[in-house]
Every structure is written in structure tokens, then in C-alpha cells.
Design a protein around this ligand. Structure first.
Ligand code: M6R
Length: 608
């Protein structure tokens, strides 16, 4: 969602804060703001629109002197994107200034009380309540005041706070919204996410819920919400700093698609030893793995689509029943869970609010939770019982690509491991699966080699009004993700349908020229899907098909065919998704959109 950066140190703060914000723009970007203590007072500049507007206003921060500052990129929740609603927000005198991610749920009640006491509000945000509440309780002791305020607010927050009469300090706090603290020789930082400060330091502390940090130019101290000082562990982040740069690509999304072979290798390789799958971090004994009765996969968006694929893979290979839930549904539907069940949550960011609540809900019922997560140290990673990290590195583009691919192979590894332990995959089958799994990175590379064909095809469809994706089994799951990719970055209406279901209503939307993307990689379902292609063809659709190499017969029915190399049908998603990601990308580029920053979307959704 929104992004926070703060700095206090030996260097001019504003350029560092703005540079950090530029790395977080993917989180939310309808307005931005910065506040800096200039030696006499706190100066605030805010602007609706992209960060570039604020950068121009401040000459990239150069015309804002001072050595401590906080900044924010906003994704509007309370109040429209505007200069007034942009953060930072301050008390009336401008002596206490706050940036905030999250939602203060009881802000109306607090606001009413403050208004009665004479406080005047200038924005529609929930955050402004914090600034005035800090003012109300302020007694010259920032830490004590912050704790009083935190005891009174309900909801979620990551906060950066400056007090004009404590110019050598910067305060931070968090609850259910991510915030890290970093330190270097030149100063200390706060940020919503590692890429914002990776250029300056790799030494970070992950703030936990209801912890407060007090930063000075050369030190940081941590406190509980009851003002007790606590020790925190310094973590060294080993992300490649270049991973958060575009490296010559026009958009992060294309760069990240091109990183998929490496991502898949990095996720698979450490878990294969001497021809066996070793997942030490599972935290489950072989006996516990054997005892699993049912698996619940819970996630949102693309991660949910990975879960849909995983259901086919796990049930197909292992015959263990799998339920896949959207996290926003799971938490409110009173799911039936029993002690032998395993809940697997999937999340790139590890901060998705609904998925995090699913972890809590499951754990509260005594059910073990395994998290497949990309961001190390994220809330979901810390709260789950065990974590399977996908080693995709920082994913910046809002539309996920490489993290999705890493999540898929995480499930292949898990399934094979379970199959081995439970004795349902024999040696021969296991060896072949392993061979196919390890071949995936090179095969993804081959799929990327079809880039120009896909670009050419995408250019024909930039003006499409509606696109349908059809497929059966895993091919249906692939369509779900292909359709979401297209929708989110090209704004073209699109739907994914189980191919056999289309004729139960939706086929009425097929008109002459409608593009139908038919995924037909599953040998046992191939003939059925071809029949469905015929159905849409006879209503005038233009069909692009994705099929397994050698299935030439599909060319009789489809207008345009892309082939994937031979792999185990359970792994086909990893190959078929590449042209669909590229297709969505090139349609968006063709329409002239900002691919990495689609309208209305945020990379990590930390509100319900
Ligand atoms: O960080 P998460 O994996 O938990 O995020 C889940 C979804 O918000 C995410 O996959 C979203 O659907 C992406 N924009 C898809 O590209």
C-alpha cells in the first residue's frame, strides 16, 4: 500500500528520503509528501500525483535543507488523492509531524473528541487524528506521548514521527503494517520495505507489532508500548542491490519476467540434495507429513491462482484432498478445520492483510500453518509456524510474475516431498519428475525466446474490448492468472473460464473477432478443449492456443498457436504462463500505459 521512508544522519535528508520513496512507489502512488527539520522548524511539502511532482517541487529534495526527514507515498483510503490528504500530517502548530501506513479504525470517535476539545482538522484522513492526538498528550517526552497514543488507537499502523523540539530524534512504531529500521555509518533509516534503503545499508531490524524505535544519527533504541527498552536482532539482508533497479529494461515487469529462469533455479536448487528433496524449513517430521489428512491453501490474487494449480497437482499426484480459499473469504466463513489438516498460505509480500489474518485464524484453532513467502522477515513469515521462502528477490512491478513462478515450483517441491515420504511416488516416477523439474529454467528460457512473436500478436489486440481465457484442469488455473495479468495492467475486460463451463451462459458474449486464449497443455484433456475451441470458433472468435509441442492438430482449429516444450503435465503451468505474462505486458506497452504502476492498484494490500 503506502510507502514510508525516514532518515536521520550526517547527510541531507530530503534527497535520501525521496530516493527511497522512488523505490517504494510500487506500493501506492496517488500522492506523496515529505517533512524535514531544517534547523529551525519542520518544513512540509506535499503534492497529489506521482512522486515526480514532489521531486520537481523540491528539486529532488535539494531545496529542503536538514538532516532528518520523513516521507510518504500514498494510496488513498480515507479521502481522495489531494495535496491536503497527502501525508505528512501535523498538529496545528506544525511541531509534530506524522507519516502513516495502515488504517486507524476508531479515528471517527477520536476525531469527534478532539474536535470537541477545539482541534481543527484540515484533511479527511484517519492519519491526521494521530498528529492531533500526539499534540494533545504531548508533555515534552516523545516516547511517553507515543505510547499513550498507541494505547488509544485501534487498527493498523506503521508510523514515522518528527518532533520539532527533539530535532536529533526520529520515532517509528508499527502494528500490522510493515516497517524496518536500518543503520549505516551515515545515519539511520526507517522504511516500509528493504529496497528503499538497500542502497545505503543491508543492516536492518524488523520492527514487531507494537514496538517503537527511537532513531538518532548514530544509534537506534527499541521500546515496547509500555516504554520498556528491548534488544532486537540485527539482520543482514543479502538481496542484490541491482535487483531493485531496472537494469536497462523499460519496466520492472519485463525485467522480472526475464528473471524467471533464475528465480525458479534459486527456489529449486537449494532443496535438491543427492537426488532427494530436502526442505529443512518445513518444520514437520516425516510422521507429521504422513498424517496430513487435508490441505487448505489460502491466498489472494495471483497467489490464490497458484493455489488453484496446486490443488490439481497435489490431488492428482498424492490423492490428498485440497481446499483452496481466497483469504478474504476464508477468515469469515468459519472454515471447517481439523487437527490433521495443514494450512498453507501463499504470499509474495508476506504482508497481505487477509492472508495474515488467515494465519492467525488457523493458528488460533490449533492448526499448523506453513507459509510460502517471498519477503524475508515479513509479517506472515514471522507469524506462520514454518516458512518456505521463494527466493525470487525483490519484486517491484505491481503485477507479479517471477514470484508467481517461484510459488508454483515451491508447490511442486512440496508435493514431491510429500509423495516421497508417503510412499505414493515410486523411484522411477520421482527420478523423472526431478528431471522435468530441473529442466524448467532452461525451458522457461526457451519460452522467453518467443518474445517477438508474442509482441507482434499483442500489438494486434491493444484495442480489444474483451478477452476470454479457457482451459481445463491446470489449464484453467493458467487462464485465471493470464486473465488477471491482462486485466490489471491493460485494463481490458477479461474472464477466465473452465472450458467446459463457457457454454453455460458466457458463450453468449463471444462475437465475431473476440479473442479467446485457449490453453490446452494437458494431454488427457486436449481433445475436450479442442471441442471447446470449435464451439467458440463457430461463433466467430479468434483463437490463440497454447499447446504441448507436437500437437500440430490444434492448428486446424486455432488461428494462432504457441507451443510449450515437453514437461510433466503437472508442471505445464510454469511454461504456459510465460507467453501470457508477455502478452499482457506488450498489450499494456502498446496502449502506452505505465506497466509497473497500474491504476488503482498497490503491490501489497495491507488493508482488508
Ligand atoms: O503479496 P501477495 O502475494 O500476498 O499479494 C497477493 C495479491 O495481492 C497479488 O498477487 C495481486 O493479485 C497481484 N497484483 C497480481 O499480479
Amino acid at each position: 500500500m503506502c510507502g514510508i521512508v525516514g532518515y536521520i544522519g550526517k547527510k541531507q535528508a530530503a534527497p535520501i528520503v525521496l530516493d527511497g520513496l522512488s523505490k517504494l512507489e510500487y506500493r501506492g502512488y496517488d500522492s506523496a509528501g515529505i517533512a524535514v527539520f531544517d534547523g529551525k522548524e519542520i518544513v512540509t511539502k506535499k503534492a497529489a500525483g506521482r512522486l515526480a511532482v514532489l521531486e520537481n517541487l523540491t528539486h529532488n529534495g535539494e531545496n529542503m535543507p536538514g538532516f532528518s526527514g520523513i516521507g510518504h507515498t500514498r494510496w488513498a483510503t480515507h479521502g481522495a488523492p489531494s495535496d491536503l490528504n497527502a501525508h505528512p500530517h501535523s498538529n496545528g502548530a506544525g511541531t509534530i509531524v506524522v507519516v502513516h501506513n495502515g488504517i486507524i479504525e476508531n479515528y471517527m470517535a477520536l476525531k469527534n473528541k478532539l474536535v470537541k476539545k477545539g482541534y481543527e482538522f484540515s484533511s479527511e484522513t484517519d492519519t491526521e487524528v494521530l498528529a492531533h492526538l500526539l499534540d494533545y498528550y504531548y508533555d515534552g517526552n516523545p516516547l511517553q506521548t507515543i505510547t499513550k497514543v498507541l494505547h488509544r488507537v485501534e487498527g493498523s499502523y506503521a508510523l514515522g514521527i518528527l518532533f520539532a523540539d527533539h530535532p536529533d530524534e526520529l520515532y517509528a512504531a508499527r502494528k500490522n503494517s510493515p516497517l524496518i529500521v536500518g543503520c549505516s555509518e551515515d545515519g539511520c533509516f526507517i522504511a516500509s520495505d528493504v529496497p528503499a534503503i538497500l542502497k545505503y545499508t543491508r543492516n536492518v531490524y524488523y520492527l514487531d507489532n507494537q514496538e517503537i524505535a527511537r532513531l538518532t544519527a548514530d544509534d537506534v533504541k527499541f521500546y515496547t508500548v509500555d516504554e520498556e527498552e528491548i534488544e532486537k536482532q540485527l539482520v543482514t539482508v543479502d538481496w542484490d542491490a541491482n535487483a531493485a533497479e531496472k537494469a536497462g529494461y523499460e519496466f520492472f515487469m519485463l525485467k522480472e519476467i526475464y528473471e524467471e529462469p533464475k528465480t525458479v533455479t534459486d527456489t529449486i536448487s537449494p532443496r535438491i540434495r543427492n537426488g532427494e528433496i530436502v526442505i529443512e524449513e518445513l518444520g514437520l517430521t516425516d510422521e507429521e507429513l504422513k498424517a496430513i489428512n487435508r490441505i487448505h491453501i489460502v491466498a489472494c490474487g495471483s497467489a490464490y491462482h497458484v493455489g488453484v494449480t496446486a490443488k490439481y497437482v497435489i490431488e492428482g499426484m498424492l490423492r490428498i484432498p485440497v481446499e483452496v480459499d481466497l483469504a478474504s473469504e476464508f477468515r469469515y466463513r468459519d472454515p471447517i478445520l481439523s487437527p490433521e489438516d495443514l494450512v498453507i498460505v501463499v504470499s509474495q509480500s508476506g504482508e497481505t492483510a487477509d492472508t495474515l489474518e488467515a494465519v492467525r485464524e488457523s493458528k488460533a484453532r490449533g492448526i499448523k500453518v506453513l507459509a510460502i513467502v517471498n519477503v524475508v522477515g515479513s509479517s506472515i513469515a514471522r507469524e506462520a509456524d514454518s516458512v518456505f521462502y521463494t527466493w525470487a528477490g525483490p519484486e517491484i512491478s505491481v503485477a507479479t510474475t517471477k514470484a508467481y513462478s517461484a510459488q508454483l515450483v515451491a508447490f511442486y517441491l512440496l508435493t514431491m516431498k510429500l509423495g516421497r515420504v508417503r510412499g505414493v511416488i515410486d523411484d522411477r516416477r520421482f527420478a523423472k519428475l526431478l528431471e522435468d523439474l530441473q529442466a524448467l529454467p532452461d525451458q522457461i528460457e526457451l519460452m522467453l525466446g518467443q518474445k517477438e512473436k508474442i509482441q507482434h500478436f499483442a500489438n494486434r489486440y491493444v484495442a480489444a474490448r474483451s478477452v476470454f481465457f479457457i482451459g481445463r484442469g491446470i489449464d484453467y488455473a493458467i487462464g485465471l492468472e493470464g486473465s488477471l495479468k491482462l486485466k490489471e495492467i491493460s485494463y481490458i475486460h477479461s474472464e477466465a473460464y473452465a472450458a467446459g463451463e463457457l457454454k453455460h451462459g458466457t458463450i453468449s458474449l463471444i462475437e465475431p473477432g473476440t479473442l479467446v486464449v485457449a490453453v490446452a497443455t494437458q494431454p488427457e484433456l486436449f481433445a475436450k478443449t479442442v471441442s471447446n475451441i470449435k464451439e467458440v470458433k463457430s461463433r466467430g472468435a479468434f483463437v490463440m492456443a497454447i499447446a504441448e509441442r507436437g500437437r500440430k492438430e490444434i492448428e486446424k482449429e486455432a488461428d494462432y498457436v504457441l507451443y510449450i516444450p515437453f514437461t510433466d503435465p503437472f508442471f505445464a503451468n510454469s511454461l504456459a504462463i510465460i507467453p501470457l505474462q508477455l502478452f499482457a505486458y506488450y498489450v499494456s506497452v502498446g496502449k502506452g500505459y505505465d506497466v509497473d504502476h497500474p491504476r488503482n492498484l498497490a503491490k501489497s494490500v495491507t488493508v482488508e
